[in-house]
Design a protein around this ligand. Structure first.
Ligand SMILES: Nc1ncnc2c1ncn2[C@@H]1O[C@H](COP(=O)(O)OP(=O)(O)OP(=O)(O)O)[C@@H](O)[C@H]1O
Ligand SMILES: O=c1ccn([C@@H]2O[C@H](COP(=O)(O)O)[C@@H](O)[C@H]2O)c(=O)[nH]1
Ligand SMILES: [Mg+2]
Length: 253
Protein backbone atom coordinates (compact mmCIF):
# COMPACT_ATOMS: atom_id res chain seq x y z
CA UNK A 1 0.00 0.00 0.00
CA UNK A 2 2.86 2.39 0.90
CA UNK A 3 4.90 1.42 -2.13
CA UNK A 4 2.79 2.50 -5.11
CA UNK A 5 4.68 4.30 -7.86
CA UNK A 6 4.42 7.99 -7.17
CA UNK A 7 4.99 9.40 -10.67
CA UNK A 8 1.93 7.57 -11.97
CA UNK A 9 -0.17 9.00 -9.19
CA UNK A 10 0.76 12.66 -9.31
CA UNK A 11 -1.98 15.09 -10.27
CA UNK A 12 -1.34 17.24 -13.32
CA UNK A 13 -1.17 20.69 -11.74
CA UNK A 14 2.20 21.39 -10.09
CA UNK A 15 2.63 23.19 -6.78
CA UNK A 16 3.23 26.58 -8.29
CA UNK A 17 2.34 29.86 -6.68
CA UNK A 18 -0.86 31.62 -7.75
CA UNK A 19 -3.49 33.99 -6.39
CA UNK A 20 -5.79 32.53 -3.71
CA UNK A 21 -8.31 30.23 -5.38
CA UNK A 22 -12.04 30.72 -5.12
CA UNK A 23 -12.08 27.41 -3.21
CA UNK A 24 -9.68 28.91 -0.70
CA UNK A 25 -11.76 32.07 -0.34
CA UNK A 26 -14.94 30.05 0.18
CA UNK A 27 -13.62 27.67 2.81
CA UNK A 28 -11.57 29.84 5.15
CA UNK A 29 -14.42 30.08 7.65
CA UNK A 30 -14.95 26.41 8.34
CA UNK A 31 -11.97 25.63 10.53
CA UNK A 32 -12.96 23.98 13.75
CA UNK A 33 -12.09 25.99 16.85
CA UNK A 34 -9.78 24.58 19.51
CA UNK A 35 -11.82 22.57 22.01
CA UNK A 36 -12.02 24.01 25.48
CA UNK A 37 -12.34 20.62 27.19
CA UNK A 38 -15.62 20.27 25.24
CA UNK A 39 -16.59 16.96 23.64
CA UNK A 40 -15.31 16.52 20.08
CA UNK A 41 -17.66 17.14 17.21
CA UNK A 42 -19.24 13.85 16.03
CA UNK A 43 -17.27 14.01 12.76
CA UNK A 44 -13.97 14.17 14.63
CA UNK A 45 -15.03 11.55 17.14
CA UNK A 46 -15.69 9.13 14.27
CA UNK A 47 -12.16 9.72 13.03
CA UNK A 48 -10.54 8.91 16.33
CA UNK A 49 -12.50 5.74 16.90
CA UNK A 50 -10.90 4.32 13.75
CA UNK A 51 -8.21 1.66 14.11
CA UNK A 52 -5.32 4.02 13.34
CA UNK A 53 -2.61 3.65 15.96
CA UNK A 54 -3.91 0.32 17.21
CA UNK A 55 -1.81 -2.83 17.08
CA UNK A 56 -1.12 -4.15 13.60
CA UNK A 57 -2.47 -1.11 11.73
CA UNK A 58 -0.76 1.98 10.47
CA UNK A 59 0.18 4.64 13.00
CA UNK A 60 -2.17 7.42 14.02
CA UNK A 61 -1.12 10.31 11.73
CA UNK A 62 -1.44 14.01 12.57
CA UNK A 63 -0.51 16.65 10.01
CA UNK A 64 0.79 19.81 11.68
CA UNK A 65 0.30 22.84 9.45
CA UNK A 66 0.77 26.59 9.74
CA UNK A 67 2.70 29.45 8.23
CA UNK A 68 6.48 29.81 8.38
CA UNK A 69 7.39 30.68 11.97
CA UNK A 70 3.94 29.87 13.35
CA UNK A 71 5.63 27.53 15.84
CA UNK A 72 4.99 24.09 14.31
CA UNK A 73 8.40 22.70 15.20
CA UNK A 74 8.34 24.17 18.71
CA UNK A 75 4.94 22.71 19.49
CA UNK A 76 5.70 19.36 17.82
CA UNK A 77 8.66 18.86 20.15
CA UNK A 78 6.34 19.29 23.11
CA UNK A 79 3.57 17.09 21.70
CA UNK A 80 6.11 14.38 20.95
CA UNK A 81 7.46 14.50 24.47
CA UNK A 82 4.13 14.71 26.34
CA UNK A 83 1.94 12.53 24.13
CA UNK A 84 4.38 9.92 22.81
CA UNK A 85 4.44 10.89 19.14
CA UNK A 86 7.28 10.44 16.68
CA UNK A 87 8.09 13.84 15.10
CA UNK A 88 8.68 13.81 11.35
CA UNK A 89 9.56 17.27 10.01
CA UNK A 90 9.33 17.37 6.22
CA UNK A 91 11.65 20.40 6.18
CA UNK A 92 14.24 18.50 8.24
CA UNK A 93 14.01 15.49 5.90
CA UNK A 94 14.74 17.80 2.97
CA UNK A 95 17.59 19.55 4.80
CA UNK A 96 19.06 16.11 5.60
CA UNK A 97 19.10 15.38 1.88
CA UNK A 98 21.04 18.59 1.33
CA UNK A 99 23.58 17.88 4.06
CA UNK A 100 23.98 14.24 2.97
CA UNK A 101 25.01 15.47 -0.47
CA UNK A 102 22.51 13.28 -2.31
CA UNK A 103 21.88 13.75 -6.06
CA UNK A 104 18.74 15.71 -5.35
CA UNK A 105 20.35 17.79 -2.56
CA UNK A 106 21.41 20.63 -4.84
CA UNK A 107 17.96 20.95 -6.38
CA UNK A 108 16.34 20.94 -2.93
CA UNK A 109 18.72 23.63 -1.66
CA UNK A 110 17.92 25.88 -4.60
CA UNK A 111 14.18 25.47 -4.07
CA UNK A 112 14.33 26.08 -0.30
CA UNK A 113 16.52 29.14 -0.85
CA UNK A 114 13.79 30.53 -3.10
CA UNK A 115 10.96 29.63 -0.71
CA UNK A 116 9.32 27.37 -3.29
CA UNK A 117 7.91 23.87 -2.85
CA UNK A 118 10.03 20.80 -3.55
CA UNK A 119 8.44 18.40 -6.09
CA UNK A 120 6.07 15.84 -4.61
CA UNK A 121 8.11 12.96 -6.08
CA UNK A 122 10.86 13.83 -3.62
CA UNK A 123 9.00 14.89 -0.49
CA UNK A 124 6.22 12.31 -0.46
CA UNK A 125 8.76 9.53 -0.78
CA UNK A 126 10.84 10.90 2.12
CA UNK A 127 7.75 11.27 4.32
CA UNK A 128 6.45 7.83 3.39
CA UNK A 129 9.79 6.22 4.25
CA UNK A 130 9.93 8.08 7.58
CA UNK A 131 6.45 6.88 8.54
CA UNK A 132 7.21 3.36 7.42
CA UNK A 133 10.45 3.16 9.35
CA UNK A 134 9.09 4.34 12.69
CA UNK A 135 7.83 1.90 15.27
CA UNK A 136 5.80 4.65 16.95
CA UNK A 137 2.05 4.26 17.05
CA UNK A 138 1.48 7.98 16.67
CA UNK A 139 3.28 10.25 14.21
CA UNK A 140 3.33 14.02 13.75
CA UNK A 141 4.06 15.13 10.19
CA UNK A 142 5.33 18.68 10.60
CA UNK A 143 5.03 21.06 7.62
CA UNK A 144 3.56 18.67 5.07
CA UNK A 145 1.56 18.61 2.79
CA UNK A 146 2.58 22.01 1.46
CA UNK A 147 0.10 22.14 -1.43
CA UNK A 148 -2.86 20.25 -2.85
CA UNK A 149 -0.59 18.33 -5.20
CA UNK A 150 1.48 17.08 -2.20
CA UNK A 151 -1.72 16.09 -0.40
CA UNK A 152 -3.19 14.18 -3.33
CA UNK A 153 0.10 12.45 -4.06
CA UNK A 154 0.49 11.38 -0.41
CA UNK A 155 -3.06 10.11 -0.14
CA UNK A 156 -2.80 8.17 -3.39
CA UNK A 157 0.61 6.71 -2.69
CA UNK A 158 -0.17 5.60 0.83
CA UNK A 159 -3.88 4.95 0.42
CA UNK A 160 -4.43 6.81 3.65
CA UNK A 161 -5.55 10.15 5.05
CA UNK A 162 -4.40 11.85 8.24
CA UNK A 163 -6.44 11.17 11.35
CA UNK A 164 -6.03 14.72 12.57
CA UNK A 165 -4.88 18.05 11.14
CA UNK A 166 -3.72 20.84 13.44
CA UNK A 167 -3.42 24.33 12.00
CA UNK A 168 -1.40 26.96 13.86
CA UNK A 169 -2.99 30.29 13.04
CA UNK A 170 -0.57 33.21 13.40
CA UNK A 171 -0.49 36.79 12.05
CA UNK A 172 2.17 37.48 9.44
CA UNK A 173 4.00 40.18 11.37
CA UNK A 174 4.52 37.83 14.31
CA UNK A 175 5.74 35.02 12.04
CA UNK A 176 8.25 37.37 10.41
CA UNK A 177 9.51 38.56 13.80
CA UNK A 178 10.01 34.99 15.01
CA UNK A 179 11.78 33.87 11.82
CA UNK A 180 14.16 36.82 11.83
CA UNK A 181 15.03 35.99 15.44
CA UNK A 182 15.48 32.24 14.91
CA UNK A 183 19.24 32.35 14.38
CA UNK A 184 19.69 28.76 13.28
CA UNK A 185 21.56 29.66 10.12
CA UNK A 186 18.76 28.57 7.80
CA UNK A 187 19.21 29.73 4.20
CA UNK A 188 15.54 30.73 4.06
CA UNK A 189 15.42 32.87 7.23
CA UNK A 190 16.07 36.18 5.45
CA UNK A 191 13.45 38.80 4.68
CA UNK A 192 13.43 38.23 0.89
CA UNK A 193 12.81 34.49 1.21
CA UNK A 194 10.42 34.95 4.11
CA UNK A 195 8.20 37.19 1.94
CA UNK A 196 8.12 34.48 -0.73
CA UNK A 197 7.35 31.76 1.83
CA UNK A 198 4.44 33.80 3.16
CA UNK A 199 2.98 34.14 -0.36
CA UNK A 200 3.38 30.41 -0.96
CA UNK A 201 1.75 29.73 2.39
CA UNK A 202 -1.35 31.79 1.52
CA UNK A 203 -1.75 30.59 -2.04
CA UNK A 204 -0.71 26.93 -1.76
CA UNK A 205 -0.62 25.75 1.87
CA UNK A 206 -3.95 27.24 2.93
CA UNK A 207 -5.99 25.28 0.37
CA UNK A 208 -4.74 22.10 2.09
CA UNK A 209 -5.89 23.39 5.48
CA UNK A 210 -9.22 24.38 3.97
CA UNK A 211 -9.63 20.99 2.31
CA UNK A 212 -9.21 19.16 5.62
CA UNK A 213 -11.46 21.69 7.34
CA UNK A 214 -14.20 20.90 4.86
CA UNK A 215 -13.81 17.25 5.88
CA UNK A 216 -14.08 18.12 9.60
CA UNK A 217 -10.49 17.05 10.32
CA UNK A 218 -8.72 20.35 10.98
CA UNK A 219 -8.36 22.02 14.36
CA UNK A 220 -7.28 25.63 14.50
CA UNK A 221 -4.98 26.73 17.33
CA UNK A 222 -4.35 30.38 18.08
CA UNK A 223 -0.55 30.54 17.66
CA UNK A 224 0.01 33.95 19.26
CA UNK A 225 1.21 34.21 22.85
CA UNK A 226 4.04 32.37 24.51
CA UNK A 227 5.01 28.83 23.58
CA UNK A 228 3.64 27.73 26.97
CA UNK A 229 0.29 29.43 26.36
CA UNK A 230 -0.02 27.87 22.91
CA UNK A 231 0.89 24.46 24.25
CA UNK A 232 -1.93 24.78 26.77
CA UNK A 233 -4.42 24.86 23.83
CA UNK A 234 -2.53 22.03 22.15
CA UNK A 235 -2.58 20.00 25.34
CA UNK A 236 -6.35 20.42 25.63
CA UNK A 237 -6.84 19.20 22.08
CA UNK A 238 -4.67 16.12 22.46
CA UNK A 239 -6.03 15.38 25.94
CA UNK A 240 -9.57 15.51 24.59
CA UNK A 241 -8.61 12.93 21.98
CA UNK A 242 -7.19 10.63 24.60
CA UNK A 243 -10.29 10.93 26.78
CA UNK A 244 -12.73 10.17 24.02
CA UNK A 245 -10.95 7.85 21.65
CA UNK A 246 -10.09 4.33 22.70
CA UNK A 247 -7.30 3.96 20.11
CA UNK A 248 -5.58 7.19 21.02
CA UNK A 249 -3.77 6.01 24.12
CA UNK A 250 -0.91 8.36 24.79
CA UNK A 251 0.66 6.91 27.91
CA UNK A 252 4.30 6.36 27.17
CA UNK A 253 5.03 2.75 26.26
N1 LIG B 1 5.09 31.22 20.96
C1 LIG B 1 6.29 31.67 20.62
N2 LIG B 1 6.69 32.87 21.04
C2 LIG B 1 7.92 33.35 20.69
N3 LIG B 1 8.78 32.68 19.90
C3 LIG B 1 8.41 31.48 19.45
C4 LIG B 1 7.15 30.90 19.79
N4 LIG B 1 7.06 29.69 19.19
C5 LIG B 1 8.20 29.52 18.51
N5 LIG B 1 9.02 30.58 18.68
C6 LIG B 1 10.33 30.79 18.06
O1 LIG B 1 10.06 31.23 16.73
C7 LIG B 1 10.96 30.61 15.82
C8 LIG B 1 10.15 29.80 14.81
O2 LIG B 1 9.51 28.73 15.51
P1 LIG B 1 9.42 27.29 14.86
O3 LIG B 1 10.73 26.91 14.30
O4 LIG B 1 8.79 26.39 15.86
O5 LIG B 1 8.36 27.61 13.68
P2 LIG B 1 7.94 26.74 12.44
O6 LIG B 1 6.49 26.91 12.26
O7 LIG B 1 8.44 25.34 12.60
O8 LIG B 1 8.72 27.48 11.27
P3 LIG B 1 9.20 26.89 9.86
O9 LIG B 1 7.99 26.65 9.05
O10 LIG B 1 10.05 27.99 9.29
O11 LIG B 1 9.97 25.63 10.12
C9 LIG B 1 11.93 29.80 16.65
O12 LIG B 1 13.07 30.58 16.91
C10 LIG B 1 11.16 29.53 17.95
O13 LIG B 1 12.01 29.37 19.05
O1 LIG C 1 6.74 19.39 2.49
C1 LIG C 1 7.60 20.30 2.36
C2 LIG C 1 8.28 20.85 3.44
C3 LIG C 1 9.21 21.83 3.22
N1 LIG C 1 9.49 22.25 1.97
C4 LIG C 1 10.54 23.26 1.71
O2 LIG C 1 11.38 23.40 2.84
C5 LIG C 1 11.30 24.72 3.36
C6 LIG C 1 11.43 24.71 4.83
O3 LIG C 1 10.40 23.93 5.42
P1 LIG C 1 10.02 24.12 6.97
O4 LIG C 1 8.83 23.28 7.23
O5 LIG C 1 9.75 25.56 7.14
O6 LIG C 1 11.21 23.68 7.75
C7 LIG C 1 9.98 25.26 2.81
O7 LIG C 1 9.94 26.68 2.74
C8 LIG C 1 9.97 24.64 1.42
O8 LIG C 1 10.84 25.31 0.56
C9 LIG C 1 8.84 21.71 0.90
O9 LIG C 1 9.05 22.08 -0.25
N2 LIG C 1 7.90 20.73 1.11
MG1 LIG D 1 9.71 24.12 11.40
Amino acid sequence: MWRRRLSALLPRSPCSSSAPSSYQQQHRHILLPTPNEKPLAPSLLRLFTSQAGSDGGRPFIAFILGGPGSGKGTQCTRIASDFGFAHVSAGDLLRNEISSGTDQGELILEIIREGRIVPSEITVELVRKAIESTTAKRVLIDGFPRCEENRIAFEKLTGTEPDLVVFFDCPEDLMVKRLLGRNQGRVDDNIETIKKRLKVFESLNMPVVNYYSSKGKAHKINATGTADEIFESVRKLFSSLSMQCPHFKYNRQ
